[in-house]
Design a protein around this ligand. Structure first.
Ligand code: FE
Ligand code: FE
Ligand code: ZN
Length: 297
């Protein structure tokens, strides 16, 4: 890949029979140079043994195509709740994350994207304390450089991380600040109430509250809902309420050049991945290259 090229990829699947090799091949089919996957079903925590993942072959395939393993993102299952007031759930999340870090390390991935958690009525202050303790427990158990990227949330239910302040608080209170960064999800940030049409103001806010050096992953998604909807429903690039110009500006923003960008937009008619065309349209700043998802099935 050329040096100054934007780093962009999509949510790909890593499943039987090809696992990691399949994820890389899917990435290549989108002309992407980054990728994100769950190491198993996102809604549960059953995982295959690492030996099954075909890691060595996958890394060879990446090298052959000049893909940087540093651009591999792993998304933790969204059922983990590091903010849970219930001990068994809280401990379970930690045990899973310790193992997930080992999987990441084996695949040379540098980031686990994590939904901070939901306080389920205990209050965001209590939720934040639980998260800090959970992450400190997890990060004290390995000597790797794998980072946890806390995702900005839309603010539905009792989600923690619905604003920059909450994420800043978690990072500030951790003993492992250097290993906690932020994944900025455009759909979630929009749904939480920040107008991405003024991305410079949003980034200034991010810089003041968290520090822009902590922004290491972007989930680039349009939103099915208007500003401040607190919903979290992703839409294809240019087909939602954020719109192509605002998303394109984020894609090309000079302050975000080195940030890994991942598309998590829906498949067209649940059948066809839109990523090859969405990446092409963003790279060329040309909305007409976006896939046509207006056709009925
Ligand atoms: Fe997520
Ligand atoms: Fe996301
Ligand atoms: Zn989402």
């Amino acid at each position: 890949m050329e040096k100054n090229k934007n780093i962009i990829g999509a949510h790909v699947s890593m499943k039987a029979p090809d696992y990691f090799i399949g994820a890389i091949n899917e990435t290549l089919s989108y002309n992407a140079n980054a990728l994100m996957f769950y190491t198993g079903p996102p809604m549960n925590s059953r995982r295959q043994p690492l030996e099954k993942f075909k890691i060595e072959e996958g890394l060879e395939l990446m090298a052959k195509h000049d893909l940087n393993p540093g651009n591999i993102i792993v998304h933790a299952p969204y059922i983990l709740n590091c903010a849970s007031p219930e001990d068994h759930k809280w401990k379970f999340a930690q045990e899973f994350l310790v193992k997930e870090i080992k999987r990441c390390y084996a695949m040379k991935s540098k980031y686990i994207v994590l939904h901070p958690g939901a306080h389920v009525g205990s209050g965001s202050e209590a939720g934040i304390s639980r998260i800090v303790e959970a992450l400190d427990n997890v990060l004290s158990q390995d000597g790797t450089d794998v980072k946890i990227a806390l995702e900005t949330m839309a603010g539905k239910g009792s989600e923690v991380g619905r604003n920059f302040q909450e994420l800043a608080e978690i990072i500030k209170r951790s003993k492992f600040q250097e290993r906690i960064v932020v994944c900025f999800d455009t759909c979630h940030v929009w749904d939480s109430g920040l107008d991405l049409n003024d991305i410079d103001a949003v980034l200034e806010d991010f810089d003041n509250v968290i520090g822009l050096d902590k922004l290491e992953v972007i989930h680039l998604n349009d939103s099915k809902n208007p500003l401040s909807a607190h919903k979290d429903r992703h839409q294809n690039i240019g087909k939602g309420h954020i719109g192509f110009p605002a998303l394109q500006k984020i894609f090309d923003h000079p302050k975000l050049k080195s940030v890994i960008k991942i598309l998590e937009t829906p498949w067209i008619n649940k059948k066809i991945p839109p990523y090859k065309e969405e990446i092409l349209a963003l790279r060329n700043n040309d909305e007409s290259l976006l896939p046509d998802n207006s056709k009925p099935e």
